[in-house]
Every structure is written in structure tokens, then in C-alpha cells.
Design a protein around this ligand. Structure first.
Ligand SMILES: [Zn+2]
Length: 302
């Protein structure tokens, strides 16, 4: 049977407040990360964070972008994933990391974090304002971090399982809707949340990575009444452009831009996410980047 590669799939437990999502990222992950020379451990963590962003995007029913960032002052500086959903298009994702020194393959990424923060940014495309939440880094894995976030910020009981072998990332999310949101369909089955959570926690990395959704759900919840919805697709996409890079460079300020031009002749930038190359020579810089080119005080060039 064909695996559910590069797909996101919703499921529900019939007549109960419990719902879930499954995600599998293969080509999406490889296209997003293969142009970056990432240590294996960080590649796996980014894969898990990508899977998590897809699960959250489906859960929060976002039309727009979710950005998940882990920032720290330790050897790991940054993990960032952006996940954008629009009606009728595949879920689009990009990701990158910053770090210093050698990263040991065996090391837990959370041991590379010092004074860490988890930042989640929700940027809806419907004109509503972007919303940013910052929470301390609790737990020693990404799944626990997000479970805590969902409980604190959304007041929703959530269980998340994530894994990544470097080439494929996969994840499963279970969530208990607040009773008030779903009262008409809820029958008395107080135990279902604990029961399916217990069943789900038997899932192995191999099952998450390799089994088709139908097979996985049947294997985990064979006595439960589960309905699986049609899958939607995921893909790698980087939204960088010459305009967006110019906008970022403008924030450096005229003086800094003049210094770079004086030292290097032109301003060169590679996109952190997709490695696309952008160059601005002196004429470009004067026309597009600098706000206050004052002819009476020429830039220092010595
Ligand atoms: Zn790019």
C-alpha cells in the first residue's frame, strides 16, 4: 500500500469530543532542508518542528502563516519553521536553523539550549492582526513544549507525537475539544480521552513514519469508531524575493550598507531558507536600498 507521503489528514472519533491529525513530510522535508548543511541532529529537530507546525495549522484552522521559533543563547541559536495555508493550495513550508560549534549527533537538542524561548506567531491572511505568543521552554522535547503551549494558550488538552529520521518527518496529534463547543454530538463516554491517549501512546516511530494513515489508525484504535477525512498535500515553498531581501537590507540602515559596499563592492545575500542568491551593486543600493543618500556627505570609503 502506498504511504501517505507529504500529506496532512484529519480524523475524528465519532460521537466524541476527540479529534486528531496525522502528518507525513518526505519530499517537503527534503526539498526544504537539502540545500542547507545542517548537523543531523538539527535536521531531525527541524523535521519534528515542521511536522508540528502542520499539525497546529490544521488544529487552529489557520488561513495564513504559523511561524514556530525556538530561540536560545546556547550552541543552538535558532530553529524556525514557517507553515502557510491557503484554501485550495497545498500547505507550504520552509525551515532553517542557526547554531555555533559542532553539534553531536547523540545530543538532545534541548541540552544545546540556554535561556531559550519558544515563540509562536499566527499571521492570519484575513486581515486580522498577527498574534505572537512567547512561552518559556519547558520539557525536553518539541512535542511536550507544544502540548504545554496548547493547554496554556488555547486551553485545549492536546497530545502530540513527533519523529524524524532525517528524510521523513511524521506526527500525530490528539485533541479534546472543550465540551461546550461540541455538546450536541457528545455522548456520555467520559473515558474516551484517557483511553485513546493511552492507545495512541503505544505508537512507534516506525509506525508513524511508514504506515499509511488508515493502517495506522486501525492498528492503534481498532475498537474505536474512527472517521478519516481526505488528505491535503504539503510542499516546500520559500516566499523570498528580491523585494523582500531589499526590505530586510533596508533595516540595516544606510551607514551599514555603505560600509558593506565599500568593503565588498556589492551587497550579497543568500536566503537562509532556500539558498537563493541575491546581489545589489552600488547603483541598485542607491536606487532601492538607501533612504537618505546625502550628496553633501559622501560615504567614507577608506
Ligand atoms: Zn528563499
Amino acid at each position: 500500500m502506498k504511504k501517505n507521503q507529504d500529506s496532512l489528514q484529519r480524523f475524528i472519533f465519532e460521537s466524541s469530543p476527540v479529534r486528531g491529525n496525522l502528518v507525513n513530510l518526505s519530499l517537503t522535508l527534503q526539498m526544504a532542508l537539502n540545500k542547507q548543511n545542517l548537523p543531523k541532529r538539527l535536521r531531525q529537530s527541524l523535521g519534528e518542528l515542521m511536522a508540528a507546525s502542520a499539525l497546529l495549522s490544521a488544529t487552529l484552522k489557520m488561513n495564513g502563516s504559523i511561524v514556530l521559533q525556538i530561540q536560545s543563547k546556547g550552541a543552538l541559536k535558532l530553529l524556525v519553521v514557517e507553515c502557510t495555508s491557503d484554501a485550495d493550495t497545498p500547505l507550504r513550508m520552509r525551515a532553517t536553523a542557526k547554531w555555533t560549534g559542532d553539534i553531536d549527533e547523540q545530543q538532545n537538542v534541548f541540552d544545546l539550549i540556554s535561556q531559550g524561548q519558544f515563540i509562536i506567531t499566527l499571521d492570519p491572511k484575513d486581515g486580522n492582526q498577527a498574534h505572537q505568543g512567547i512561552v518559556p521552554l519547558e520539557g525536553d522535547n518539541i512535542a511536550t513544549l507544544l502540548e504545554n503551549y496548547m493547554l496554556r494558550s488555547e486551553q485545549i488538552d492536546t497530545r502530540i507525537w513527533l519523529c524524524c529520521d532525517g528524510e521523513t518527518a511524521a506526527g500525530m496529534l490528539l485533541q479534546k475539544l472543550p465540551e461546550t463547543m461540541n455538546q450536541t454530538t457528545v455522548q456520555q463516554d467520559d473515558d474516551i480521552w484517557n483511553r485513546v491517549g493511552h492507545l495512541a501512546s503505544t505508537v512507534t516511530h516506525d509506525e508513524l513514519l511508514n504506515l499509511p494513515a488508515e493502517t495506522l489508525l486501525t492498528r492503534l484504535f481498532h475498537e474505536e469508531d474512527v472517521r478519516l477525512f481526505t488528505a491535503s498535500n504539503t510542499q516546500f515553498y520559500c516566499s523570498c524575493s528580491r523585494d523582500s531581501v531589499a526590505g530586510m537590507l533596508r533595516m540595516l540602515g544606510d551607514e551599514e550598507l555603505q560600509n558593506i559596499l565599500a568593503e565588498q563592492g556589492q551587497i550579497e545575500v543568500n536566503c537562509d531558507f532556500c539558498n537563493a542568491y541575491y546581489a545589489f551593486d552600488k547603483v541598485d543600493a542607491t536606487q532601492f536600498l538607501m533612504a537618505n543618500v546625502d550628496a553633501s556627505s559622501p560615504a567614507k570609503v577608506h
